[in-house]
Write a protein that binds this ligand. Structure first.
Ligand code: FES
Length: 215
């Protein structure tokens, strides 16, 4: 798909996303009130992503096929409602550089990019229970109103073989290639900004260093 085709597609998806975002707000709000409260809190300033350990590497490398391991974490130690869930997929690779073509892990955010409900791992990838968005095993949207792929976490293996997530990025996928962008709010496509969605879900961004270049 060319960049222009991607933009056209995401724009159409974006309009569809706006059409459903109101309904989504109602249903999703019931299901995710604690998470939404946290997400909506930092509307006037950037939030800081606090690196956090997901635990020892070894349990994550026992995965065979596609069965990502759910890894709960606390996003901000000062915010008791800031619990999050990452899905750690062991690729079978051995490279500890998260951007390398044969990186050991891909770590997905479980927050659906439609209105932020918790997506769950499935045999084909990920499924969101709120309005039916489906994502493939790369996190790319394959059905439903989600306007973009699942976000991913930057990760690294630190002292004592602990797996840490150190930043969160929104992602553009082209085949096996991933390009990374500062995190977009739920309901927002990767390119552009939809004011109606923004009114419901003001942009939440994280302070971040240089945007990583895919290799
Ligand atoms: S929050 Fe609506 S499809 Fe996931």
């Amino acid at each position: 798909m060319t960049t222009q085709e991607y933009r056209n597609t995401t724009t159409r998806r974006g309009l569809l996303g706006v059409a459903t975002v109101g309904l989504g707000a109602t249903i999703g709000g019931v299901l995710t009130t604690p998470v939404a409260a946290y997400l909506l809190a930092p509307t006037t300033q950037e939030a800081t992503f606090h690196p956090v350990s997901l635990g020892p590497v070894r349990p994550f490398t026992s995965e065979t096929g596609f069965a990502p391991t759910a890894a709960p974490y606390v996003e901000d130690p000062a915010q008791p409602l800031s619990s999050g869930l990452a899905y750690v997929h062991y690729t079978g690779g051995s490279d500890r550089d998260w951007l390398a073509p044969h990186a050991m892990f891909v770590v997905f955010s479980n927050r659906c990019t439609h209105v932020g409900c918790p997506a769950q791992a499935s045999a084909i990838g990920f499924a969101c229970p709120c309005h039916g968005s489906q994502f493939d095993q790369r996190g790319a949207r394959i059905a439903g109103p989600a306007p973009r792929p699942l976000d991913r976490f930057q990760w690294e293996i630190r002292k004592d073989d602990q797996l840490w997530i150190t930043q969160r990025w929104s992602v553009l996928l082209k085949g096996d290639r991933a390009s990374y962008y500062p995190v977009k709010a739920p309901g927002q496509p990767l390119d552009g900004q939809i004011p109606a969605a923004d009114a419901l879900y003001p942009a939440v961004t994280y302070t971040h260093g240089p945007v990583p270049k895919s290799r």
